[in-house]
Ligand binder design. Sequence first.
Ligand code: Z5A
Length: 212
Amino acid sequence: MAKGRFITLEGGEGAGKSTQVTLLVEALARRGIEAIATREVGGCAGAEDIRRLWLGKEHGFWDTMTELMLIMAARREHLVKTIWPALERGAWVISDRFVDSTRAYQGIGQGLGLAVVDEAYRLIAGEFKPDLTFILDLPVESGLARMRARATETDRFEQQDTAFHETLRKAYLDLAAAEPQRFKVVNATATPAEVSQQLDVFLDVLFYTLPA
Ligand code: Z5A
């Protein structure tokens, strides 16, 4: 059994995932726990290369099944090279997105279906799952407004219409309702410090259920 804990953050564009990953690592350090921050698609050299290929514009839009295979190949590398070794040595791993992004975006948003995504995931990861998954939930328009304010180049999903983002928001909430033990839905409209306090409560639970 892995000695560390694996926590993932999920949500739509501009939900504040990256901000909260940093705050979570700091909160764990204050408890004396070594934690590493990572992200998907990416998280190790090979997976970051796949991310560049996947998000790059030189091939136009990928076929959705091809996209699934690219994401799962990157995820396998991420697990083998980064996540599993860190958990094995007792560190906690905090990932900005993981398989629930694929379930929401490719499985539901792009129509591949949850069964297909879950089957592909089982091939690369077996029964391994996050110990805890936070869904940072906020109205679609608020998230998009944050992204516009940041004013970097928009990526393909940010250019999708509002209906697509509403579908994603509902997809995440449905995933959470189906697995209430693993998912915690957090109100992401609050300030970064307030959101961090909401996450902290659940960290305590995970901390005190650690095996001796
Ligand atoms: N994708 C997929 O399709 N399938 C998959 O399996 C995976 C991913 C893993 C890139 O992901 C795309 O990949 C993404 C899903 C798809 N689609 N899109 N678009 P990404 O994670 O790299 O990009 P992102 O989701 O768009 O994340 P982001 O742009 O970095 O947003 P964020 O991490 O949720 O938020 P943030 O960077 O922490 O904050 C955004 C801005 O809001 C920033 O200016 C902050 O200062 C501000 N902010 C943060 N928190 C707050 C609060 N609480 N109040 C006010 N303002 C705040």
